[in-house]
Design a binder for this molecule. Structure first.
Ligand code: PLP
Length: 397
């Protein structure tokens, strides 16, 4: 993605190349570590996964960390270890990536959607309360864009009704709610290291578990259900028989992924500061436009600044969202949509009979939102290009 060496431009459309929506910041340390891993002969789950798990656990200062191959797998296994059975209900948000809801479906449990707060775009604890039934077993909050959910209210509801909490922290590696880190509030925290997440391993995930026995079972499930004892990680003590103790999955992380993750995690705070800087530049530059910019975290909390979703205010502009997406593309600015609400997708409508109108806040956000590029590898000139293009589009009608 070289968009370097542009000649001075006075027209905002004249970038020489597309600014890709999300590009990971991969350093020489990652490249050297991957090379060393390849040369070591140990590519699969081994010493580097162990190092990465230890570093992640230290970063969070809580529980037990188990690496896996995606956040989707992390949520699937966490929900199973939480004890979910077919017929059980799990309350989650309609404003999330489909993986959150699919993971619930794959356990046989039933997802129940609770509408979001229009300002934070996070699941609204009052709506959670309203959806509790005798079959409710768990709450699966998503810290949307990196904004912390109201974990005080959510943990209170869980305690009152004896529910498990599984946090979807795909956007929330650096997120904190009142000084406590995301992923440490309930029983399980699930993290994504997909390419565009704040820490990446290409594909990858991490599970945090409060309970040591739960962590042991997660590890077992992630590798075919093989007994942990028989899983000889370092392969120096000769052949050992393994036993299958349950029907597990192939969800383990490999050392090539962990080699990237170790160095990504070491740079997470530095990258977070750069994200924060860009986030604030956008906030300032768009203050007078007919859009709603994302809310910052409340006092003593921390936003992960994973996404910058702007909401087109239909009361103040006639331009449809999709037309603005098209114009940004013509200005060579990559965009994303996070997200069309879950009930806006045909599968869920067909399978559950859901209509988007039952979750009006998520429906409206999903139909009017645009995510602008926000990542540490952006140069100051790239940020300026985004600001120029978006301002030009939003002020010329
Ligand atoms: C990216 C993402 C996931 C899925 O993560 P994978 O690691 O790709 O499985 C789940 N939930 C949310 C909110 C996400 O953004």
């Amino acid at each position: 993605m070289s968009h370097g060496d542009t000649t001075p431009q006075d027209h905002p459309t004249d970038r020489d190349s597309m600014l890709v929506f999300g590009v990971p910041a991969v350093g020489e340390e990652e490249i050297a570590e991957v090379t060393a891993t390849l040369r070591s002969g140990w590519l699969g789950t081994g010493p580097r996964v162990h190092r990465f798990e230890t570093a992640f656990r230290e970063y969070k200062g809580w529980g037990h960390a188990v690496g896996c191959n995606s956040c989707t797998a992390a949520m699937h296994m966490s929900l199973l270890v939480a004890g979910l059975q077919p017929g059980d209900e799990v309350i989650t948000t309609p404003m999330t990536f489909c993986a959150t809801v699919n993971a619930i479906i794959h356990t046989g449990a039933t997802p129940v959607l609770a509408d979001i707060d229009p300002v934070t775009l996070n699941i609204d604890p009052e709506h959670i309360q309203a959806h509790i039934t005798p079959r409710t077993r768990a709450i699966l909050p998503v810290h949307f864009a990196g904004h912390p959910c109201r974990m005080d209210a959510i943990t209170a509801i869980a305690r009152q009704h004896g529910l498990k909490i599984i946090e979807d922290c795909a956007h929330a590696i650096e997120t904190e709610f009142r000084g406590q880190k995301a992923g440490t509030f309930g029983d399980f925290g699930c993290f994504s290291f997909y390419v565009n997440k704040n820490v990446t391993t290409g594909e990858g995930g991490m599970m945090l578990a409060r309970d040591a026995e739960d962590a042991k079972r997660l590890r077992c499930l992630s590798l075919h259900g093989l007994s942990h004892d028989a899983w000889n990680r370092f392969g120096t003590s000769g052949y050992r028989h393994y036993q299958v103790v349950e029907a597990g999955f192939k969800y383990n992380m490999m050392d090539i992924q962990a080699a990237i993750g170790i160095h990504q995690l070491a740079r997470v705070e530095k990258n977070w500061l750069r994200r924060k800087e860009i986030w604030h530049r956008y906030q300032e530059a768009f203050a007078d436009l007919p859009v709603l910019t994302p809310a910052d975290a409340p006092p003593e909390c921390r936003h992960a600044y994973h996404l910058f979703p702007v909401r087109i205010d239909p009361a103040r502009t006639d331009t449809p969202r999709d037309e603005i997406l098209g114009q940004l593309t013509r200005h060579k600015i990559g965009t994303g949509v996070h997200y069309l609400s879950i009930p806006d997708h045909p599968f869920y409508q067909r399978h559950f009979g859901w209509s988007p109108d039952a979750w009006p806040v998520a429906r409206d956000v999903g139909r009017h939102t645009i995510s602008l590029p926000l990542y540490p590898a952006m140069r100051d000139e790239d940020v300026t290009d985004v600001i120029r293009a978006f301002r030009a589009i939003m002020t010329t009608r």
